[in-house]
Design a protein around this ligand. Sequence first.
Ligand SMILES: O=C(O)CCC(=O)C(=O)O
Ligand SMILES: [Fe+2]
Length: 378
Amino acid sequence: MTDIFAPRGLNKREGEPRIDGWVGGRADTWQGHYLDAAASRADANASEMMSNRDHAALIAQQLRETDAAIVREERAFDAGLSLHPLTPAIGMEVHGIDMADPTDAQAKVIWDLVLEHKVVFFRDQGHITQEQHMAFAKRFADIGLAYGRQQSLAANPTVDEHPEILKLYSDEARPFAAANWHSDVTWSNRPPLGSILLSRKSPEVGGDTMFADSYAHWHVLSPVLREFLEGRFATHGRAGRDEVEHPICRTHPETGRKALYINPTFTNAILGMEPADSARLLAQLYAKMYSTPEHCCRFRWQEGSVAMWDNRSCQHYAVADFWPHDRFMERVTLLDRNENNEVPFWIDVQGERHYGRILTSEEEISTPIGGSTRTIME
Ligand SMILES: O=C(O)CCC(=O)C(=O)O
Ligand SMILES: [Fe+2]
């Protein structure tokens, strides 16, 4: 009688080790069977997966990502949240949250969504107080002063009852918008990891914010250009005052993914290049980064809307088309709880982290820009 538990197919050959990862069990778990099953859910064929390890690894990665998305959606549903993507790659609107009183399960789902979609949005949070805004932020990270670093409050000349809240208020008499592509505070050696921006008053028309995917910015570069840029550093900030170096290819400390970490607002030059060559290459990179709508999403604000973003994986731009209307925004800035992760680094193939240098004193970098909350040092 046939033993139905005897290995079949590839496992039948005596004396050869099993190569399918199974150490026992049913005969129908032979390699071809489970590769076929994987191939049936992916754009792949099993024989190619068996003959080409790189191809199999790529399919495995795609399937892991698909499965993680299914699980995220299910966890969101269980936590009472519903998900409404703005685009496939960047921007997820999340309904069902009350920022005044989020559950632990909701906070966990939201953080996973921020990591995956780079920026998430909520609606109808106009009822929360400034204290609740800060308390919500503290679920995810330490919070910092307006420009990102925690420091003694007395040093801040704009102290009011909540110096941790950056107020970006614009009206007819005092127009302001952060209308330049950037991720926040890259002129500092420890740029904040993210922000939670709340609209207290929105213009009737205009005043959207755009977000762009920094992973995509890196991955669409040609292999030759990636090889040239990987491991290089660029200077950011005001030369002689608070200039720092950051890796151009930044490894995200939580996702491990690589992002293009330069921006036309704060980046000065690529180290190791002639100034004219660096300027030309930066201009070409910016032209490519900011002329690809496929890597962007655009958020239309209403009063009480919120954007929560990851500065390590995306950039943003506040569209300055709403004058003379009022637009009042309040931002709480997220700092990493792990000081090392807060400093941008690049991880090489050996797994070693490479950090940039501080070109001026830490003390100067830590000093908030004084005088007014109406500044472009976002
Ligand atoms: O006003 C906005 O939409 C964005 C402002 C900004 O750049 C920031 O809060 O970091
Ligand atoms: Fe900003």
